[in-house]
Design a protein around this ligand. Sequence first.
Ligand code: MTE
Ligand code: HPA
Ligand code: MOS
Length: 768
Amino acid sequence: MNANEHIEAHESAVKHVTGRALYVDDIPEWPNQLHVATGKSGLAHARILKLDLSAVRACEGVVDVITYADIPGDADVGPVYGGDPLLVDEVAVFVGQPLFAVAATSLHAAKVAVEAAIVEYEELESILTPQAAMQASSFVLPEKSFNRGEVNAAIKAAPNKLTGEQYVRGQEHFYLEGQVSLCVPDEDRGVLVYSSTQHPSEVQKLVAGVLGISLREVAVEVRRMGGGFGGKETQAAGLACLAAIFARRTGCPVKFRMPRQDDMVQTGKRHDFWNRYEVGFDETGLIQGVTMDLAAMCGCSPDLSEGIVDRAMFHADNSYYYDSSRITGYRCKTNTVSNTAFRGFGGPKGMIAAESMMDDIARQLGMDPLDVRKANLYREGREVTPYGQTIEQHVLPRLLSQLEASSQYRKRREEIARFNKSGSHFRKGLALTPVKFGISFTSKHLNQAGALVHIYTDGSVQVNHGGTEMGQGLYTKIGQIAARALGVSRSRILVTATRTDKVPNTSPTAASAGSDLNGMAVLDAINQIRDRIINFVAGHYGCSPAEVSIEDDVVKVTEKTFQFEEIVKLAYMNRVHLSSAGFYKTPKISFDFQKGVGRPFYYFANGAAVAEVIVDTRTGEYRVTRVDILHDVGKSLNPAIDIGQIEGGFVQGMGWLTTEELLWDGSGALISNSAANYKIPTAYDVPEEFSVELFDEENSEETIFSSKAVGEPPLMLALSVWCALRDACASIADYRFSPPMNAPATSEEVYRCIRLARTHLQKVKTND
Ligand code: MTE
Ligand code: HPA
Ligand code: MOS
C-alpha cells in the first residue's frame, strides 16, 4: 500500500484553527431569544418539602419558570429504561439534580435568578459508593454473568492462585464545547433543535415526548460537536427538552448552554468500578480458571449502564484465553449523577482487571509480564471467548511480536533492570499491553444506518448520513468514501449537517461504528445512483453496462470519454433519478443475553503499546518518557485521521489512568468540579518520545474498504502507562511484589505503592 494513500486533512481543520467553524453557541442570537438555567438539589437524597419560587419569578429578566408539574408530556427522559425525570418530582437523588428551570433574557439573569429559590428538604439516607451499594444490594438493574466450565474446581486444581482487587475511578468528559441546545419553535406545535449531540434521533424522540407531540414535528440538526467522547450520547437530550418546553411556552427561540461547572456537576461521567478477581494458573503462567466481579457505580438511574457493564464483561478477558471462567457485572445504584457512555463504554474497566492480573501472575512466578501476556493470548486452539464468540482473525500474536521487536522491548528491559539496581532515587518502569476491542453495538438493533445522496445537475454531490461529527473525522472519511465509490474527485462532494428530517431513525454515533455503519450506507446510496447512470448511459449509447466506467471524473463509454457533469446533465434530461437513500445493517451478529453466549461483535480491532516511565521514589512524581504504539485499523480509510485518533485516544486514556481524579465528598457533592481541581492532560504530558504505527493487515470481514473502526480502542492502550508505573513500583521489591494499585495512578497513589513495596521488601529481608 502507498503509505500516503487516502491521507487527507480534516474537512474543518482550517475552520477549527481560525475560529470559523460554527458551534451551536456561535449561531447568531434572535432579538427575543431566551436563556436557561436550572436550580439544583443541594442534597444527595432528599424529599422536597417546599419549593418557593416567588423570588425567582420576581428577578430581573426572568420570563418563565417551570417545575415538574409544568412538563406537558412525558417527564422521563431516560434513554432505555427511564428513571431520569427532567426535573425532580418529589425526591431528589443526587447533588445538583435540577429542581426547576428558568428562562430569562440573558444567561446571567437566569443564573442569578435560580439562586433566589427557597428550598426545604427532608434529608434521606444516601448511598455514595459501589461498595456501599453492594452491601445494601442497591442496583439499577439485575446482575449478569458469563459462565464457562467448572471454574471453582479449575482454580482449586491449579498449582498457583491469587486474588486481586482495585478501585478504578471514573472520568469527566471535558469536551471543549460544553452541553448546549438551541430550540426554535415553528408556526404550529413543532420545534427545530440545534443540539450538540451524538444522538440526534434520540433528542428528537425525547423532545417530542416531553412536548407530547409526534416525532415528525421535531427536527434536530447537528453540524458538529466540539467533542462528545460518549458524554453527548444521552446527556444532551435534557438540555434540548428544557429549551423546547420554554420555546413552546413562550414562542421564543431558547438556548440552554450549561456553564462548565454545571456541566461537570449535572451530567454523567465514566463509571467508577470496583473490580475483584481470583485466578488459578500453572507454572508457566497459563491461566486455568478466572472469576471476576465488576461492580460499577451507575449513579441514580440506569441510563446506558446495562450496555456499559455488559461491555466491561465482554472485555474482562481483554486479549486472553480464560478457559474456565465466571465474569459477573453489578450495576450499583448510588445517589450520584447517573453515569453514562465514555470512550470505551465499560471496556476499559474490564480490561484493567485483566491487565492487572497479568502483572500479578508475573510477579508471583518471577516472570517478565510480557511473557505471561504472550502465553495467554488468544490463538488457534485457544480462541473462544468467555461469551462464546470465536476469534477468527488472530492479529495480536503477530502484532505483539512486531512491536516487541520494533520497540526493542527486551534490550530496554535489561537496561531498565540495570538502572533500577544503580541506587538512584529514580526508578524506571516498562510495560507492553495489548488491546482487543469488539466492534458493534451490543444492542443489535443499533447496528444500522441510513444515508441520502443527491447529485445535482452541475455534477456536484451532496451527501447526508445519520452519523455526527465530533472531531473524529467522520465527515472527512464519508466524503472520501463517497468520492471513491462514485469515481469522482473529492472536491465535488459536500457532506452536509446531520438532520433527522434527511435521514430518519438513526443510531447514536458511538461504539466506534460511525464510519463502518454510515460509510456502508453511503456506499449503498451511491451504488444505486451509479448503477442508474451506468445503465442509462449503456442504453443511450447502445453498449453493455460493463463497457461504461466512471473514474477520476471521467465517464468512459466504450472508446468515448465524457466529463462527469456532461453525463449527469444528459441523465437529468433523460429523466434519470439522481438521488438515492442508502441503508446498511451489520451482518453476522447476535447474542443471547439469557445464556450469555453468541457473537456480539462483527469483528475486533486490535493494538498494543509499550510505555516507559520514570518515577521519583521520594515523591511519587513521574514522567512518561517513551511510548511506542502499533495499532490495527484494517486498511486505513485515512491514515492521518486514524493516527490522530490513536494519539488522542491514548492521551485521553492516560489522563484517566494518571491525573484525572474524579472525587465526591462525604455528602455526595462533586469536589472535582472545575478545571482547577480536575487535571486533564496538557501538551506537557504527551510522552517525550511518541511513535504511532499502523499495523498492515486488512479486515478479514467485509467492511467499508476493508477498514476497521478506530475511535475508542486506542484509549485502552494507555493501560501500558498504568502497568509501567506499577512495574516501576514493583522494581523496589525486586519484581516479586505486585503493589495493589488503584486508578488513577496519581503521584499520591504511586507513592503509596512505593511504600507498600518497601514494606514488602523489608518483610522479606527480615524473614531471610
Ligand atoms: N475523537 C474526537 N476528536 N472527539 C470525540 O468526541 N469520541 C470518541 C471517538 N473519537 C471522539 C473522538 C468516541 S467515544 C467514539 S464512540 C467515536 O469517536 C465515535 O466516532 P466514530 O464512530 O465515527 O469513530
Ligand atoms: N457502545 C456505545 N454506545 C452504545 C452501545 C455500545 O455498545 N450500546 C448502546 N449505546
Ligand atoms: Mo463512544 S463512548 O461509544 O460515544
